[in-house]
Design a protein around this ligand. Structure first.
Ligand SMILES: Cc1cc2nc3c(=O)[nH]c(=O)nc-3n(C[C@H](O)[C@H](O)[C@H](O)COP(=O)(O)O)c2cc1C
Length: 201
């Protein structure tokens, strides 16, 4: 599934795939009756700035599984969008809108229009990338300012990728976005193990 040429030039190892691990999550199972995925839209968002890298490969592997079950899927890279960091002006809590002129509303509406969300990020110094953190702050805060209901009840999961360490910190940050915006987090242990096994083989 994975190709060693996807190793990061600075951090990748010569041995293939030993550095790709995905952590399990610890929340309740959400059961989808057979066939229910057919009418669903799943959006995968990558916070990696590296096109064709490990995060992207694993998110797309997850999307392929959903697609085989009949879901419609979409993949997007945050680095393809213009998204500035939050400036904490607080205007969004008064007007329900963000004053920064960039692509935040396009990204926000993509989440509004999806049923399931997969967030993925490499570990950068034990946490998410700058692109993913900006997404969490801007989109998450706007969702809170708008009453916290726009993403409520959607289903979400996270994929953290690391050469060696930082999976917990990285996945926790993305999990906080899901929890704060009331996105349901299904238990992901089985899927995680599957990805890990594939990545190690
Ligand atoms: C700025 C930077 C910081 C990184 N920090 C870590 C780290 O703390 N722990 C780690 O295991 N890998 C770290 N890495 C390595 C990446 O997590 C690893 O190469 C990952 O597979 C990259 O994912 P990608 O291919 O999707 O870009 C770092 C890479 C960069 C560029």
């Amino acid at each position: 599934m994975l190709n060693p040429s996807h190793c990061h030039p600075l951090f990748g190892l010569a041995e293939p795939f030993h550095w790709v691990r995905v952590e399990g999550l610890n929340s309740e199972w959400v059961n989808f009756p057979s066939g229910e995925l057919e009418s669903m839209q799943i959006l995968g968002i990558s916070g990696s700035p590296r096109e064709g890298g490990n995060t992207e490969i694993i998110i797309n592997e997850a999307l392929n599984v959903a697609q085989k079950e009949g879901a419609k899927t979409e993949f997007m890279r945050l680095s393809d969008y213009h998204l500035e960091p939050c400036v904490a002006c607080g205007v969004c809590f008064k007007t329900k809108n963000c004053t920064i002129k960039d692509d935040h509303e396009t990204i926000y509406q993509k989440i509004v229009n999806t049923d399931g969300l997969i967030l993925g990020s490499p570990s950068y110094f034990q946490g998410v990338t700058a692109q993913m953190k900006t997404f969490i702050d801007r989109i998450g805060y706007l969702c809170l300012a708008r009453g916290r209901t726009d993403f409520e009840g959607k289903v979400g999961g996270v994929i953290a990728v690391a050469r060696r360490s930082g999976l917990s910190g990285t996945s926790n940050q993305m999990m906080m976005f899901l929890a704060a915006t009331r996105i349901v987090i299904p238990r992901g242990e089985e899927f995680s193990r599957l990805v890990e096994r594939k990545a190690m083989s």
